[in-house]
Design a protein around this ligand. Structure first.
Ligand code: JFZ
Length: 435
């Protein structure tokens, strides 16, 4: 596996770490409703922002360059993102048609982007900026009506009490000082703050479990404790964990990193696709945190096609942006948000609140369905006709644009639709209404 955003590859296929599933866990009504809401949203924007943006080399910089945590912390003293404007961020993100934002509250570098009493190493106490950007963002999200999710790293490259795992070996932590009990209390205090001071939160998105191997003696992730704390503090807050494994009880979302569910091109998603709401996270360029040498952005057409493909699997797309050190979003990202918004205004009906259809994905593209309406997303050039395997009876077939009826013939396995015109479109959509 080679990923642009990090130097060292870790074994993503390792099985889960000392984790005991809570076999007694039963999701509450509020939680089940929240899963449904989440599952209808289909598009979210991921934000990876921290003091790492100052180095311009992505969020794994500290690990990749073996930066001592005391040296790394000096960046906090220079962190003054004077162009940060939460209202502008939310407006631009909402404009894309996204229904939620997931932001890094604390990444692997250990720096908290919110005002926390659990450690002075946070944006309010350790930077000249002194503003709680998570508070400003949560206020803007709530006033503009978009859901907010919090990314939260389970691993920490800067704390002595976190037991060193597979990564962060060159950041200056002294072996032997770890104390998982103390570290767990720290995480619980922070999660309590995150779920008490920022209004209603849509989900906590954990990451970093893969830092410890499943068979590691004497190590145990306190997931039950963390999950039950979350469910108790905000019953409608969902739990996601980017552990690249099948979900365990207490989790509400199954995550796929850089892959459409069921595929494993990036090498992080070999797990079977389960029954929980699904979410694929992917970057607009090739990096999560701001990377000044990564200007290779996906085109809006590529993003639209990825969105159609994730929706076709019944999954949400969580599309990442790495804000710049001054607090603004890169112009290339803003452009894609605007273009996505134009597309979603016109075609969102074929994406939001849909599910995977009985047709699945075909050689010409994916399909989505709502009730008796199936949307064929034709992403590839065709020679004028497409075969659609279908058991259900068809009422009518027409183009989504202009509602032009299309001729079709019955075949042994379904229907063949004629006069398909695809050139020049990101996604030529044909509607099949079932009887
Ligand atoms: C994880 C983070 O490490 C990364 O910084 C980003 O936040 C992303 C969304 O999630 O990505 C990973 C996690 C584990 C592996 C690779 C990327 N792994 O095990 O190889």
């Amino acid at each position: 596996m080679s990923l642009l955003m990090q130097g060292k590859a870790i074994n993503a296929n390792a099985t889960t770490t000392g984790v005991s599933a809570d076999t007694t866990f039963v999701p509450s009504q509020a939680e089940l409703q929240a899963r449904q809401r989440f599952n209808s949203e289909r598009l979210g924007i991921f934000i990876h922002w921290g003091i790492y943006s100052l180095f311009g080399q992505g969020e794994w910089f500290m690990n990749d360059k073996n930066v001592n945590y005391k040296e790394y912390a000096k960046a906090a003293e220079a962190f003054y993102p004077h162009n940060f404007n939460a209202e502008d961020w939310v407006k631009a993100i909402k404009g894309s048609g996204a229904k939620y934002i997931c932001i890094t509250t604390r990444h692997h570098d250990g720096f908290s982007m919110f005002g926390t009493k659990a450690s002075p190493y946070n944006i309010v106490d350790a930077t000249p900026f002194k503003r709680d950007i998570i508070k400003e963002l949560s206020d803007a999200c709530h006033s503009q009506g978009i859901n907010l999710h919090f990314y939260y790293s389970l691993l920490d490259w800067a704390r002595q009490d976190y037991p060193v795992g597979n990564t962060g070996h060159g950041t200056g932590r002294i072996a032997g000082l770890s104390d998982m009990g103390k570290y767990t209390e720290f995480m619980k205090q922070q999660l309590t703050e995150l779920l008490s001071n920022y209004g209603s939160i849509g989900a906590i998105w954990f990451d970093g479990q893969w830092d410890h191997k499943a068979d590691e003696k004497g190590f145990h992730w306190p997931l039950n404790e963390l999950y039950s704390l979350i469910h108790r503090l905000q019953p409608s807050c969902l739990v996601a964990n980017n552990h690249h494994l099948s979900p365990i009880r207490g989790e509400d979302i199954q995550n796929f990193e850089r892959d459409v569910p069921g595929e494993n091109k990036a090498g992080l998603s070999g797990q079977a696709v389960g029954k929980l709401p699904l979410e694929t996270c992917e970057t607009m360029n090739g990096s999560w945190g701001y990377n000044c040498t990564d200007l290779k952005y996906k085109s809006t057409t590529e993003i639209v096609r990825l969105l159609a493909r994730t929706a076709g699997k019944g999954a949400n797309l969580l599309l990442n942006i790495g804000p710049q050190p001054d607090g603004s979003l890169p112009e290339e990202a803003l452009k894609r948000l605007r273009e996505l918004g134009v597309w979603m205004k016109q075609y969102g009906e074929t994406i939001y609140d849909t599910e995977a259809s009985e047709i699945g994905e075909q050689s010409w593209g994916p399909t989505t369905q709502r009730g008796k309406t199936i949307y064929l997303h034709i992403l590839k050039e065709t020679n004028g006709s497409i075969d659609v395997p279908l058991k259900s009876k068809v009422k009518k077939v027409y183009t989504f644009d202009g509602k032009v009826p299309l001729k079709y013939t019955r075949t042994k396995t379904g229907i063949t639709i004629n006069s398909i015109v695809t050139p020049g479109t990101s996604d030529a959509i044909v509607v099949v209404e079932l009887k």
